[in-house]
Design a protein around this ligand. Structure first.
Ligand SMILES: NC(=O)c1ccc[n+]([C@@H]2O[C@H](COP(=O)([O-])OP(=O)(O)OC[C@H]3O[C@@H](n4cnc5c(N)ncnc54)[C@H](OP(=O)(O)O)[C@@H]3O)[C@@H](O)[C@H]2O)c1
Length: 290
């Protein structure tokens, strides 16, 4: 039976990136819908549920994407609400690659530092989908997390969203120009750049001056890179006494994780893949083979 992936994208044009990875991960057909809103979801899901009998429903799955994290969360809630046992299909939320990218970065950080509990973490540009997910996961693991934004109200709003979703206490700091960087990075042990593509967030002098810093991660692959002195292919090497990861140093594992998650959607019909469950898949992939 053909493996069908229903792509529900909150953005006007359904993501081509998500479609390509879905095919590469084994989907036979991707049924793509863009500009999906809450009122569209129920009928689209019912179309999945009643076309194949319960024993075959693991061959149908749902993907939720789009650039807006909050919209993705709402679509996921309605997808789950539209299903009833035994009529379930597996579903995954990854708005803007947020969950897979954030999880890939977080598990690499965890591997490098052993335990993030009590560590001071700053997520630069943490108001975007990737930064919010990373902040939530790191805080949930016990880190003391601050996200930065150029605008205080935006930082506060994102904190509220993350804190409500993950049950944590992430804080925000305003970072509107480079002069504010020493204050924001004071005492930091780990920092993660999740700022927009093509924006340098930290100069080399800015991070090498921080004596408490142990790990620095840049997710931006588009020049100029987000953290000066960290290259895209850096993957856990030590520079200036700091373990560093660049965008491909994280992104290669992100792609592997993304594909593994899609494949798992077709193994059963009741899997829900969101930040925490995607992190479980990532830790399995990272575990040494016995
Ligand atoms: N390596 C990978 O595999 C991978 C996968 C996916 C994404 N990414 C990268 O991960 C990063 C985060 O993705 P995202 O979708 O969450 O990012 P995003 O939403 O595009 O941007 C994140 C935040 O950056 C801030 N920002 C925007 N323009 C800025 C500017 N000119 N100067 C300073 N700050 C600015 C904004 O925060 P405020 O407005 O609140 O200041 C925004 O909320 C991006 O660099 C993306 O390319 C990497």
């Amino acid at each position: 039976m053909r493996k069908l992936l229903l792509q529900l994208d909150s953005s006007r044009l359904p993501s081509v990136f998500d479609q390509v990875v879905a095919y590469d991960a084994g989907a036979d057909q991707v049924m793509s819908y863009g500009g999906v809103t809450e009122t569209d979801v129920r009928d689209l899901i019912l179309g999945c549920l009643f076309t194949r009998g319960p024993k075959d429903l693991h061959n149908t799955a749902v993907w939720i994407g789009g650039s807006n994290m909050a919209a993705g969360e709402q679509l996921l809630a309605i997808v789950l609400d539209s299903m009833f046992s035994p009529f379930n299909v597996s579903v995954m939320l990854d708005s803007n690659g947020s969950n897979t990218t954030a999880v890939a970065a977080v598990v690499k950080i965890e591997q490098a530092v052993a335990d993030v509990k009590g560590k001071k973490v700053v997520v630069l540009g943490g108001t975007g989908p990737v930064g919010q997910r990373a902040a939530g996961l790191l805080a949930k693991a016990g880190a003391r997390v601050t996200i930065t934004s150029r605008k205080p109200e935006q930082g506060e709003k994102s904190c509220q969203f993350v804190n409500a979703r993950f049950g944590v206490q992430v804080e925000s700091a305003t970072l509107a120009d480079a002069a504010q960087l020493p204050r924001v990075l004071d005492g930091v042990n780990i920092f993660l750049n999740a700022g927009a593509a093509g924006v340098q967030m930290v100069s080399k002098a800015g991070w090498t001056a921080v004596k408490t810093l142990k790990i620095a991660v840049d997710l931006n692959a588009v020049p100029p890179l987000g953290i000066e002195g960290i290259e895209v292919n850096d993957a856990g090497i030590v520079k200036e006494g700091v373990t560093v990861f660049g965008a491909f140093g994280i992104g290669n594992f992100k792609t592997k994780l993304h594909k593994a998650c899609i494949a798992r959607l077709f193994e059963r019909n009741d899997l829900v893949l969101d930040a925490e469950t995607i992190a479980d898949v990532a830790r399995e992939l990272m575990a040494p083979k016995s």
